[in-house]
Ligand binder design. Sequence first.
Ligand SMILES: *[C@@H]1O[C@H](CO)[C@@H](O)[C@H](O)[C@H]1NC(C)=O
Ligand SMILES: *[C@@H]1O[C@H](CO)[C@@H](O)[C@H](O)[C@H]1NC(C)=O
Ligand SMILES: *[C@@H]1O[C@H](CO)[C@@H](O)[C@H](O)[C@H]1NC(C)=O
Ligand SMILES: *[C@@H]1O[C@H](CO)[C@@H](O)[C@H](O)[C@H]1NC(C)=O
Ligand SMILES: *[C@@H]1O[C@H](CO)[C@@H](O)[C@H](O)[C@H]1NC(C)=O
Length: 445
Amino acid sequence: MSFLVPSRGAKIPLSILVLVICGFMFFVLLYAERISLMSSSTLSSNVLKLKSCPRKDLGSKPKDIVQEEKVREKKVPEESGREERSENMDVVDDRFEFDPEECNVAAGKWVYNSSAEPLYTDESCPYIDRQFSCMKNGRPETDYLRWEWQPDDCTIPRFSAKLAMNKLRGKRLLFVGDSLQRSQWESFVCLVESVIPEGEKSMNLGQKYFVFKAKEYNASIEFYWAPYIVESNTDLPVILDLKKRIVKVDSVEDRSKYWEGADILVFNTYVWWMSGIRMKALWGSFGNGERGAEALDTAVAYRLALKTWANWVDSTVDSNKTKVFFTTMSPTHSRSADWGKPNGPKCFNETEPIKDKSFWGTGSNKEMMKVVSSVVKHMATHVTVINITQLSEYRIDAHTSVYTETGGKMLTVEERADPMRHADCIHWCLPGLPDTWNRILLAHL
Ligand SMILES: *[C@@H]1O[C@H](CO)[C@@H](O)[C@H](O)[C@H]1NC(C)=O
Ligand SMILES: *[C@@H]1O[C@H](CO)[C@@H](O)[C@H](O)[C@H]1NC(C)=O
Ligand SMILES: *[C@@H]1O[C@H](CO)[C@@H](O)[C@H](O)[C@H]1NC(C)=O
Ligand SMILES: *[C@@H]1O[C@H](CO)[C@@H](O)[C@H](O)[C@H]1NC(C)=O
Ligand SMILES: *[C@@H]1O[C@H](CO)[C@@H](O)[C@H](O)[C@H]1NC(C)=O
C-alpha cells in the first residue's frame, strides 16, 4: 500500500513486524472472500484496508521535495468563521455559464448552502464501498455535504442525472486508475442510478474491471483498476514491502485492451507513486526480470509511465470518437501543521473547508503536477485535464477520517479514538467531494 508509505519507518523492526501482520491480514482477506457484490466492493479495501497500519504520512517524500515545500508549511489559513457562510443571494452574479475553454475551475471558493442536498445517500445507492460510506459508518455531522464549489469566473451547471444519461446514450464511459478514481466512478454511478428503473440496470464486479450498465440507454459506466496506469507487480495482490514493488514503466498492453473502444476515458494516477522511496522501475523486454529493475526518482519514473500512456492514447485512441480526460492528483491531508494545527489529529474533527485561497498542503506535489502538464502538452490527442487539486486542497473536512473500515471491518472504538494513527485522510466520503469532480466532468461532456 502506498499508505504504508515510507521506507524510513520500515527500517525499524517493529514496523516490519506490523507490515508482516498487515500482509497476512491482506492475503487472508483477499483469498477468503467470495466474489460477490460485497466482496468485490472490498476490492479497494483489499487494496486499501491496510491503511490503519501505522505509517508515516504521505507527507514523507524525497528530501528535495520536502524542502521545496517547507516554505509553505508556515502558512496559516485564515480564520474560518461560520459567520462567513452566506448564500450570496442578493449579490449580482456576473459569472458566465461554464465554457470548457474559458473557465478555470481551479480558482474559486467553497460556499455553504444550507439547503443543498446530495443527489444520493450511502443508504439509497447500493454501489458505494463501505470504506467511503461515512454516514452509515457513523459520521455525526453533515455540513461537509453542503459546500458547493463556486469558480470565480463562471458557474458550473448542477449535475443532472437525466442530462448525464442522455450524453452517455450508446456510449462507454471508463474510469481508469486508483482507489480515488474508483470513488469518482462510484460517485458517478450513484449520481445517475436513481433515474434508471430497476431491471434496466446491472452491475458486474470483477477483480480489476467493474461495469455498470444502463440498458435503456445502451450505456455503460466502467472502472478499471490500474493504480499506476502502467503495469506493476503490485496492482493485485498488493505487495506490502515497498522495496519489492516494481513498476513496468513502458508496458500497458495487458490492460489497455480493456480500454479500447471506450467513448470517454478518464485517467488518474498519483498517490501510489508517493511512497517516499525511489520507484523501482523496469523496462525493455529482456528476460532478466526483477534483476533488471532500477530505482528511479519518483518524478522520472512517473514521466516514463505517463509517456507510455500518452503513446498508447496517441496511437490507439480515435480522437474523433473518443474524449480523453486526466484527473489531477487528489490531495492528502495527513499533516495538520499544513493548516496551522501542528498538534492536530490530521483531518479528524475538521468540519469546514480552508478559506485561504493560496492554501496548498504538503500532500500535493507540484513537481508531479508539472510532469502531467508537460506530458499532456506534447500529445497529439487532445486530453482535457480535470484539475481537481486546488479545489480539493481546501476540503480537509471531506475525508473519510475515522468513519471508514479497514480489512473489511469497521474501525473499532479504540481505533477511532486514535485518529493520528487510524484516520484516513486520503480518501473522501460518498456522497461528497468526488460528486463535485463529476459535476466538472459532466460539464465537459
Ligand atoms: C442552494 O441549494 C439549493 C438546492 O440545491 C439550490 O436550489 C439553490 O440555488 C442553492 N443556492 C445557491 C446560492 O446556490
Ligand atoms: C450500443 O452501444 C454500442 C457501443 O457502446 C454500439 O456498438 C451498439 O450498436 C449499440 N446498440 C444499440 C442497440 O444501439
Ligand atoms: C478526424 O476527423 C477529421 C475531419 O473529419 C479527419 O480529417 C481526420 O482524418 C479524422 N481523424 C481520424 C484519426 O480519423
Ligand atoms: C474533536 O472535537 C471534539 C468536539 O469539538 C472535542 O471534544 C475533541 O477533543 C476533539 N478531538 C481531538 C482529537 O481533537
Ligand atoms: C492545476 O491547478 C493548479 C492550481 O491552480 C496549478 O498549479 C496546476 O499547474 C494545474 N495543473 C495542471 C496539470 O494544469
